[in-house]
Design a binder for this molecule. Structure first.
Ligand code: ATP
Ligand code: MG
Length: 363
């Protein structure tokens, strides 16, 4: 499910898991730390935490994994359990409505079990407070009865390891954040790392793929393994239906053109926003609501779905005066910036425009 209500349900480049992703992701998940690609720092730190705990024969400190969707938080939590040889219990913040729900889970944990709490920032306040005590003292107070006659019965818990995951670490109350012994910050993946993800997944899916094709898919995957895996599946469909199943760079590029994911990973909506900003408003500044009307979308959709990636890619900037396009945006759409801002762009002359990202001269 997309974290954004405003995100179109069928968006190919969403970082959120769709139904098909959920069905196939289990098969594509690396099982051990050594198979996990990229995130070198998190991997090394985590490996030390786990190895030390194994040597001491105790449950490791609680672990918080934070970062954008699709970067491998759920995958890493399962790896933690596998590396410890411990069972894992999986639940999520929204599933825990009442403190009692959490008490029931905690009291049934086995010694050394890993409790994976996904979307931990969406837990209810009373459950959160119960979790503080459970994390720190391995104890919960179960409230029996109501009103003035209510009593708290303390309940000892076996040592366990909480692995929390969140896309919004900033929303976690400090007392909760402080109770994790280790926080892994997941970063977007470099293209070379995504290439390795594509090769690995292709092998598991029995897809023959050229190195150049893997690079083509990686470059369009927005730094996100989940998107790389999804694009690979769409490319596989195309290669199978239109060709003999083998994926070359040319086939990958053509397939992703069919699905309107461009060389930099922008989809139709992203390009529409950039295109309006450049052609209609001369690169800005223009207000969000005006820009949204120009592309026929809700302001929230433009702001939450399209803009974060455009900003991350250095194609668009949000300023107090409105949205403005960067020089890279003009180049990406093959346009030359106007001599006077606000006049609209003209198609680039081939000799003026360096498609490899060279500087486009002022007209
Ligand atoms: N480092 C990696 N190496 C190989 N595959 C990866 C890696 N990280 C993620 N993946 C793949 O990407 C997909 C998404 O990963 P995962 O479900 O762990 O992301 P997530 O961070 O939990 O996302 P969300 O925030 O939506 O829950 C999985 O299929 C997984 O196999
Ligand atoms: Mg997850």
């Amino acid at each position: 499910m997309s974290p954004y209500d405003s995100e179109p349900a069928d968006r190919l480049v969403t970082a959120a898991a769709d139904g098909e992703d959920q069905a196939v992701e289990a098969a594509l998940r690396p099982r051990l730390l050594d198979e996990f690609i990229g995130q070198e720092r998190v991997r090394e730190q985590l490996s030390l935490v786990l190895q030390a705990a194994r040597q001491r024969g105790t449950a490791p400190d609680h672990v918080l994994l934070s970062g954008p969707p699709g970067l491998g938080k759920t995958t890493l939590s399962m790896i933690i359990a596998a590396e410890l040889g411990a069972p894992i219990r999986i639940t999520s913040g929204p599933a825990i409505q009442h403190a009692g729900d959490l008490a029931a889970i905690l009291s049934s944990l086995a010694e050394g079990e890993v409790l994976f709490l996904d979307e931990i920032h969406r837990m209810s306040r009373p459950a959160e407070e119960m979790l503080y005590m459970a994390m720190e003292d391995f104890r919960v107070d179960v409230i029996v009865g109501k009103g003035p006659g209510a009593t708290a019965i303390p309940l000892e818990l076996p040592p366990f390891t909480l692995v929390g995951a969140t896309t919004r670490a900033g929303l976690l109350p400090p007392p909760l954040r402080d109770r994790f012994g280790f926080t892994g910050h997941m970063e977007f993946y470099a293209p070379a790392e995504l290439e390795r993800v594509v090769h690995r997944s292709a092998a598991l899916l029995d897809v023959r793929i050229d190195p150049a094709a893997a690079a083509e898919i990686a470059g369009r995957s927005r730094g996100t393994p989940r998107i790389a895996n999804r694009l690979l599946r769409r490319v596989r469909d195309y290669a199978q239906v239109r060709h003999d199943g083998a994926v070359t760079a040319e086939i990958a590029a053509r397939a992703l053109d069919v699905y309107e994911v461009d060389a930099r990973g922008l989809d139709r909506l992203d390009r529409a926003v950039l295109d309006a900003l450049l052609r209609l408003f001369g690169g800005g500044p223009v207000g969000l609501s005006t820009l949204a009307v120009a592309v026929g979308e809700e302001a929230e959709t433009v702001e939450e779905v399209a803009e974060p990636f455009l900003v991350r890619e250095g194609l668009l900037a949000r300023t107090p005066r409105g949205r403005i396009a960067t020089a890279a945006a003009w180049r990406h759409l093959g346009l030359v910036p106007p001599a006077q801002p606000g006049r609209g762009g003209v198609p680039a002359q081939p000799e003026l425009f360096a498609p490899d990202g060279g500087v486009a001269p002022e007209a």
